[in-house]
Design a protein. Structure first.
Length: 206
C-alpha cells in the first residue's frame, strides 16, 4: 500500500493505492464486514455486530456496532450507519471523485445515540480499479462533533492500517466466501456511482 494524508477545512483525507485487490472485493467487504472486521485491524478491533443488518442489494440504512481502540488508547463502542448520498450535505459529497463510494455516519457510543440517529460526522470511502488493483480515498469529516487536525491524524493512522490490511486478507477472504451463494448469509451490492461530487448517485441501488 502507498498512501498520503492531507488536511483541509473540511477534514482529513487519505489517498491510497492497493495491489491485487479489486473494486468488487471492496464492495463485498462493506456488505460483509463482520466476516473480516478483526482482520481489518487485529490490534485495535473487536467483534462487529449489525443491530440493523445489511440487505442484499442495498446496505443503506444498515447500522453496525464497531468497538475499537485507537492509538490514543480510548475505546470507542461506536454505532455507524451507511448513508444515502442524498442525506449527506452537498459540500461533503463534493469529495466524491471515484467510481465506488460508501458513506459511513458515526452516530455515537450507545443505543440512545443509535436510535436518535444524528451523525457526529462522516467517513467517506471511495475507490476504483487501477492497473495494479485499486486507487482510493478515505475522508474523515466532523459535523456535529468537530474534529481537530490532531483528531484527524489519530483517525488517519487507524484508517490507513485498515486499508493496508485489505491487501493482506481481502482477496483470500472474498475467494473463500464465493462458495456461499445464499444472499442472506453472503450479501452483495455493487457500490458504483454515476456522476461525481454532489451529483453522484448509486447506479444499482434504488
Amino acid at each position: 500500500m502507498n498512501y498520503t494524508v492531507s488536511h483541509d477545512a473540511l477534514g482529513t483525507h487519505i489517498d491510497w493505492t492497493l495491489e491485487s485487490v479489486t473494486a468488487r472485493m471492496i464492495d463485498w467487504f462493506w456488505n460483509n464486514m463482520e466476516k473480516g472486521f478483526i482482520l481489518w485491524h487485529p490490534e485495535q478491533h473487536e467483534s462487529l455486530e449489525w443491530p440493523v443488518p445489511v440487505r442484499h442489494g442495498n446496505p443503506l440504512g444498515a447500522i453496525h456496532n464497531a468497538p475499537q481502540t485507537w492509538n490514543d488508547g480510548r475505546r470507542q463502542n461506536i454505532y455507524i450507519r451507511f448513508e444515502k448520498l442524498e442525506d449527506v450535505a452537498p459540500e461533503i459529497r463534493d469529495v466524491i471523485c471515484y467510481e465506488h463510494v460508501i458513506v459511513a455516519a458515526g452516530l455515537g457510543f450507545d443505543l440512545e445515540a443509535m436510535e436518535k440517529g444524528d451523525p457526529m460526522g462522516y467517513r467517506i470511502h471511495q475507490w476504483q480499479a487501477s492497473d495494479a488493483g485499486v486507487i482510493g480515498k478515505s475522508s474523515g469529516i466532523g459535523t456535529r462533533r468537530k474534529e481537530t487536525v490532531e483528531d484527524g491524524k489519530i483517525w488517519a493512522a487507524h484508517a490507513a492500517q485498515e486499508v493496508g490490511n485489505w491487501e493482506v486478507f481481502l482477496p483470500q477472504l472474498y475467494g473463500l466466501y464465493r462458495v456461499v451463494t445464499d444472499p442472506r448469509r453472503n450479501p452483495f451490492t455493487d457500490l458504483s456511482v454515476d456522476g461525481r461530487g454532489r451529483h453522484a448517485g448509486y447506479r444499482h441501488i434504488r
